[in-house]
Design a protein around this ligand. Structure first.
Ligand SMILES: Cc1ncc(COP(=O)(O)O)c(C=O)c1O
Length: 403
């Protein structure tokens, strides 16, 4: 049977999928390491990595072998029972994060949703129904389910989805006065150490430390959303480990199983015991296949110390981006941590993304004017150098030749 070609596939996409994404007319069929191939056989070097999800690169042989092996042994049993891989992963993850217990789910939004429910329940049982406010930040992104979306920056709130759940407030990053004002009625402070979707904005570490101190003082759990920043991306296995703060609740997804759908919520101390039987659940959460993929991902991440590589390669990449910023007037600034890097432009980022795609490089645009770079943590230095050359040319095409 002949398989449909690219034109036919793109025609099928136009008529069969919900039109909820702005997609490039590229259909991928294969990936290996930092490379992807489309249905026309064209090769691309990937500085998106499934939006910071394939931190070990595409189809990492150890993760693929673990998935193949597990698929032959056991895929799914439901959470009426345990599976060996799930328990091994729970022990491994809680140990690495120095937290006590974990709940497994399938995505970042589900992790946000579960974390918010956890914080609400803990506060309700300890303080009664009034201390229910979730404090989050302008610029935040926590996912697309209703509670996760409400904690997300209000610019993502469409009137058509009203009514939104109650008990959420947004404050500006750095605004300690607003934080102090809301903490007495709060059940959680929820934040990403680096706001990824919001435009790659790292929090000021001094603000984070003071916010964490105030949370402890007011007995409000600090919930870190490390869906994008975690799993080595920012130069430590979890970004908080490089920032001198400790979460009470930690959410993970994206790179947890190197692109296999999986999410997790970890909690410490009294929060770890809050979710009693019947309070929350998921059919597929902690599925044996996902757990096998996550275990193999962690094995490689830790053994090859890819967090350190994200830090050293990230520093080198960043210095080269700074150099481009000095030479191209269209570049406003460079931001980020480890290999989660952003380049803000004075013009729209989308045309640069398109130009780079035509040159065989994948990058994303966030917050309209920012290019975001999230390559696999083990990408070759030569691939980064070649990309910087292409970026140099793409920027020159935007804003005239560099001086
Ligand atoms: C920080 C953060 N939290 C949550 C999410 C939602 O994750 P998912 O798309 O897996 O639901 C994202 C997705 O981009 C994210 O970046």
């Amino acid at each position: 049977m002949t398989r449909p070609g690219t034109t036919e596939l793109l025609g099928m996409a136009r008529t069969t999928l919900f039109p909820n994404y702005r997609q490039f007319p590229v259909v991928f069929e294969r990936g290996s390491g930092a490379r992807l191939w489309d249905t026309d056989g064209r090769e691309y070097v990937d500085f998106v990595a499934g939006i910071a999800s394939c931190n070990l690169g595409h189809c990492h042989p150890e993760v693929t072998a673990a998935i193949q092996d597990q698929a032959r042994r056991l895929v799914h049993v439901s959470n009426w029972y345990f599976s060996d891989r799930q328990l091994e992963l729970a022990a491994r993850l809680t140990g690495l994060a120095s937290l006590d217990r974990v709940f497994f789910c399938n995505s970042g939004a589900e992790a946000s949703e579960a974390a918010i429910k956890l914080a609400r329940k803990r506060s309700y049982e300890k303080y009664g129904p009034d201390r229910n406010l979730v404090i989050s930040f302008y610029g935040a992104f926590h996912g697309r389910t209703m509670k996760a979306l409400t904690a997300t920056d209000p610019k993502h709130h469409m009137a058509a989805f009203s009514p939104y759940p109650e008990g959420f407030v947004h404050i500006q990053p750095g605004d300690l006065a607003a934080l102090e004002k809301h903490l007495p009625l709060a059940c959680a402070l929820f934040l990403e150490p680096v706001q990824g979707e919001g435009g790659v904005h790292p929090f000021d570490p001094a603000f984070l430390k003071e916010a964490a101190r105030l949370c402890t003082e007011q007995d409000v759990p600090l919930m870190l959303d490390e869906v994008q920043t975690g799993m080595g991306r920012c130069g430590a296995l979890f970004a908080y480990q490089a920032l001198g703060i400790r979460p009470d609740v930690l959410t993970l997804a994206k790179a947890l199983a190197n692109g296999f759908p999986m999410g997790a919520v970890l909690a410490g101390g009294e929060l770890a015991a809050v979710m009693a039987p019947g309070s929350h659940g998921s059919t597929f959460g902690g599925n044996a296949l996902a757990c096998a993929a996550a275990l193999a991902t962690l094995d490689v991440l830790v053994r090859e110390d890819l967090s350190s590589r994200a830090r050293t390669l990230g520093n080198r990449f960043r210095a080269a981006l700074e150099d481009l910023a000095g030479r191209h007037p269209v570049v406003k600034n460079i931001r980020g941590m480890g290999l989660l890097l952003g380049m803000e432009l004075t013009v729209a980022a989308a045309p640069v993304v398109k130009d780079l795609l035509e040159r065989g490089y994948l990058v994303t645009a966030v917050a309209e004017r920012t290019l975001r770079f999230t390559p696999p943590l083990n990408i070759a230095e030569e691939d980064v150098d070649a990309f910087l050359q292409a970026l140099d040319e793409a920027l020159a095409a935007q804003g005239g030749s560099p001086p």
